[in-house]
Design a protein around this ligand. Structure first.
Ligand code: FAD
Ligand code: DLZ
Ligand code: SF4
Length: 509
């Protein structure tokens, strides 16, 4: 019998994986490896590395229990070649295998490395997603605009989720309109389910602390789930304690409450500990049982079968050059405060500091605080993309890049978004309590102490006028700008210039 190698990557920890289905536990050998090429292609947050290594080690044990022979290389193995193709080759030498099978990785970088490696690797589709590459291509073909909403409706019909015959449950496809409530005083957001590190996790924490303890991000107070059973308990806990209010306060931000009513499931889903179907069904069951309202459940289902699948479709359709796109020709370096949280802008300081401690920020924090500032300040989108890839426990290029390069930075020129997600301080003030404790004044539009978002918002619109003034969704903003007194406009631009100059000089803002 010929032995083949079955590659299982750190974000492929699902029992039902195409490579495992193609392999044969009786003759083939599973290869899993902790390697520096993956920990260091960007300097990932230590919590993300610890989460993945612990989950990988436990997955290897589950595969062994299911009858597989597993070659698992730990990071500190002296024989470790520290790359995935290197570990496949070493395994081939040891077992006599002449070929490997794999599930397609979620990054072009690694797909190329496998294609170009010395050992032939047969890649099978990653069918843990609802929508295949071919299906997304069919949907996208011939469309002038790839709007998520139309894609989402197809996925609703395909799954039958929240459908009443061929009509959407409750008569509307999308209840987003109900999901924009500002936070109110005394909102008691529930805590996500936390898991005390067991022996495997403790071992990994020790290794990660020794190797990566000095890089950006805190490893303290590690509480992630690292196996499917735990992740399922976290899902059940969220459905019970937070889903009912998830919709209402989806966009709200409160100082000291980084999680609000969000699911915190993305690291688990993206690594393969949970699947799209089970998370959606858990939410829909709660709706059917009368335990969660439709706006919350539809909102959640849309994130999973709509946004998540759409974003992946865009990544694979747009191709490997996507992360170097820069439609707005933004070139400013990422300011140091993205790594330190040392800024007087309370909103940015809050989002960056919980990112450092938790490897997490929720969607609106990523989009309308750190992302919004980067776009307004004209930061180099590639540096912004690398930052997001480093700092979040759920970040892999297939999902991070279209969210950052596309949705947040408009660097793809409008593939993902029909207009840039920019706002002044008013939006942040409406949706959060951050401005109350800020050194800047959100109501001040110019002069000492004026909120930088207010100044840079108009600065952005003004400097990109040629591109955006013809966009019907932005016409109102340009009309407001044009109605402003010319002197005032001059002051806004000059003060915006000064903020950008201070950023360039590395001064605190
Ligand atoms: P919830 O708000 O509770 O949402 C539920 C689930 O929906 C998430 O777990 C996630 O699986 C899915 N989801 C929601 N929105 C999106 C989206 N836009 N794209 C893909 N899936 C979505 N998500 C990642 O998984 N990895 C990333 O690297 C990532 N980078 C982002 C960068 C920026 C600039 C922005 C604006 C968004 C990014 N997102 C990313 C999407 C979203 O912010 C996260 O999925 C979400 O914050 C994860 O937290 P949660 O599980 O509590 O999500
Ligand atoms: C993110 C990551 C990290 C930090 N380390 C490893 C690793 O050591 N071994 C591994 O197999 N996978 C790791 N990963 C996940 C891969 O980077 C991921 O599979 C690719 O980015 C494709 O999505
Ligand atoms: Fe952020 Fe401006 Fe509010 Fe300060 S005043 S928290 S900088 S939006």
């Amino acid at each position: 019998m010929v032995t083949r190698l079955v590659l299982v990557l750190g974000d492929q920890l699902s029992d039902d994986l195409s490579a495992l289905r193609e392999g044969d536990a009786a003759t083939d050998v599973v290869v899993m490896a902790e390697v520096q090429a993956e920990t260091d292609y960007v300097p990932h947050h230590p919590k993300k590395i610890a989460f993945l290594f612990a989950a990988m080690r436990k997955h290897a044990e589950r595969l062994r229990a299911a009858g597989w022979t597993v070659r698992y290389t730990t990071l500190d193995d002296p024989e470790n070649t520290h790359s995935i193709p290197g570990e496949l080759l070493r395994a081939a030498d040891a077992t006599g295998a002449t070929e490997a099978i794999a599930t397609e990785p979620g990054e072009f970088r690694l797909i190329s490395a496998l294609e170009d490696g010395p050992l032939p690797v047969h890649m099978f589709p990653d069918d843990r997603f609802l929508c295949s590459h071919a299906e997304f291509e069919d949907w996208a073909e011939g469309r002038k605009e790839l709007r998520m909403e139309w894609f989402y409706r197809e996925m609703r019909r395909k799954t039958g989720f929240l459908m009443d015959g061929d009509q959407p449950e409750g008569g509307k496809w999308n209840y987003d309109h109900d999901n924009r409530k500002p936070p109110k005083a005394g909102l008691d957001a529930p805590r996500p389910m936390r898991f005390t590190p067991d022996e495997t996790v403790e071992e990994v924490l020790e290794l990660v602390r020794a190797r990566f303890g000095n890089r950006y991000g805190s490893l303290d107070d590690f509480w992630f789930a690292t196996e499917p059973g735990q992740a399922r308990r976290a899902l059940a806990h969220w459905v019970k304690t937070a889903l009912p209010r998830f919709g209402d306060f989806q966009d709200a931000m409160v100082k000291g409450e980084p999680f609000m009513f969000h699911a915190l499931l993305s690291p688990y889903i993206n690594a393969g500990l949970l699947g799209w179907r089970e998370v959606c069904e858990a939410a829909i069951d709660a709706y059917r049982a009368g335990d969660a309202p439709l706006n919350a459940v539809e909102g959640f289902v849309r994130q999973i079968i709509g946004w998540r699948e759409y974003i992946r479709g865009v990544y694979f359709r747009e191709g490997p050059d996507y992360t170097s796109r820069n439609a707005l020709e933004a070139t400013r370096d990422l300011p140091e405060f993205y790594w330190t949280a040392e800024t007087d802008m309370a909103c940015v300081a809050e989002c960056v500091s919980t990112t450092m401690t938790e490897a997490y920020a929720h969607h609106i924090q990523r989009l309308m605080v750190t992302g919004n500032f980067a776009l307004l300040a004209g930061l180099d989108p590639h540096q912004v993309h690398e930052w997001y890839l480093v700092v979040y426990a759920d970040a892999y290029e297939w999902v991070e890049a279209p969210n950052v390069i596309g949705m947040s930075q408009f660097a793809d020129g409008g593939v993902v978004g029909s207009k840039p997600y920019v706002s002044g301080g008013n939006y942040i003030n409406r949706m959060s309590d951050y401005c109350k404790s800020c050194a800047y004044s959100v109501s001040q539009k110019t002069g000492a102490g004026a909120c930088p978002f207010n100044l840079l918002y108009w600065h952005f619109l003004d400097r990109h006028r040629d591109r955006f003034e013809g966009n019907p969704r932005m016409a109102q903003m340009y009309r407001t700008w044009d109605r402003m007194d010319a002197d005032r406009r001059g002051t806004v631009i000059a003060e915006g210039d000064e903020i950008l100059a201070r950023l360039d000089r590395g001064e605190r803002i």
